[in-house]
Design a protein around this ligand. Structure first.
Ligand code: NAP
Length: 321
């Protein structure tokens, strides 16, 4: 059993920023990261809009630098998944991982959201064999192939532009006629000679041969016409679902699963805060997640400070040196 003042669940920009603040405030802090550091940003090849990087940076670099900054102030990192939480009996809160249990005076939840799936035949069968949700991770494997991207939002267009480095052609398949993506990304994508837009169309099935994707069944929603289109790979960018299953019944969630918090980033349980995409379905930027992480950390610091005389000493403090 490990005792901490602050346990941060998740290590994307929100969690890492929160760790910088709580550790710098001299609060004993562990970040439980899951398997990888960085969350979604770690799969983003190019980050051009995070302030202070005029030449841009990469998601992994941004995460690593934030981690180093948090470590400098004493934050610890546990590369485990949280399997269970118990917020029902107040502080200290219980947070279990596969191999450990933490008792934390406050918790900051920053475990973000996961890519949404199409739930069509063939999709699951060919994940890692032609179906992907991460262009940075898998783009390289599609060199010289015709690539398909599903979606019409910022992610679809940004990743399609990236995929033109590898593919001969990148087809963006979007279910409507208007794109949801920002005008800036639309302009860049439309100016790219390797990008081809297929509007008013959905993918009904991903088909393969010898264990790899070979084609997909497309359906035009206006004409009803069904066609089989050969493709080397299908990248799906149709939005995200919050990773809030762990907190069902413990914290208030909205109808779509996003965590409900107040203006101080506090959840429905006092002392449990949230930051980033676990509550934010609108902005979804690394910088807004970082800003959120800062706010949640400042609230946690204040909350702990106000209860300083009620907090049990941490083990390390209890043992006379
Ligand atoms: P999004 O904005 O929610 O877009 C999802 C896209 O997928 C939409 O075009 C949607 O179509 C389509 N879609 C949803 N469900 C579908 C289905 N079942 N079948 C086919 N198509 C489906 O998600 P996102 O692009 O991942 O972006 C999420 C947030 O992150 C946004 O706020 C975005 O601005 C932000 N973001 C920003 C950047 C950047 O600034 N560089 C990069 C990435 C993401 P409809 O349009 O018809 O609904």
């Amino acid at each position: 059993m490990k005792r901490e003042r602050v346990v941060i669940i998740g290590a994307g920009p929100a969690g890492l920023t929160a760790a910088i603040y709580t550790a710098r405030a001299q609060l004993s802090t562990t970040v439980i990261t899951g398997k990888h550091l960085g969350g979604q940003i770690s799969t983003t090849h190019e980050v051009e809009n995070f302030p202070a990087f005029p030449d841009g940076t990469t998601g992994p670099e941004l995460s690593e630098r934030m981690k180093q900054q948090a470590e400098k102030f004493g934050a610890k990192f546990d590369y485990e998944y949280v399997t269970e939480v118990d917020f029902s009996s107040g502080t200290p809160f219980r947070v279990k991982t596969g191999s450990d249990e933490y008792l934390a005076d406050s918790v900051i939840v920053t475990i973000g959201a996961n890519p949404r799936e199409l739930h069509i035949p063939g999709e699951r069968d060919y994940v890692g064999r032609g179906v992907s949700y991460c262009a940075t991770c898998d783009g390289f494997f599609f060199r010289g192939k015709e690539i398909s991207v599903v979606g019409g939002g910022d992610s679809a267009l940004q990743e399609a532009i990236f995929l033109t480095k590898f593919g001969t052609v990148v087809n963006i398949i979007h279910r409507r006629e208007e794109l949801r993506a920002s005008i800036a990304l639309q302009t860049r994508a439309k100016a790219n000679p390797k990008i081809n837009f297929i509007y008013n169309t959905v993918v009904d099935e991903v088909k393969g041969e010898n264990g790899v994707v070979k084609s997909m069944m497309l359906r035009n929603l206006k004409t009803g016409e069904v066609t089989e289109k050969p493709t080397g790979g299908v990248f799906i960018f149709i939005g995200y679902d919050p990773n809030s299953q762990l907190f069902k019944g413990q914290l208030d969630l909205d109808d779509t699963g996003y965590m409900k918090i107040d203006h101080l980033m506090q959840s429905s349980v006092e002392g449990v805060f949230a930051a980033g995409e676990i509550h934010d379905s609108v902005f979804r930027q690394a910088i807004t997640a970082s800003g959120d992480g800062c706010k949640a950390a400042l609230s946690a610091i204040k909350w702990l400070d106000e209860r300083e005389d009620q907090l049990q000493p941490l083990d390390a403090e209890a043992v006379p040196s």
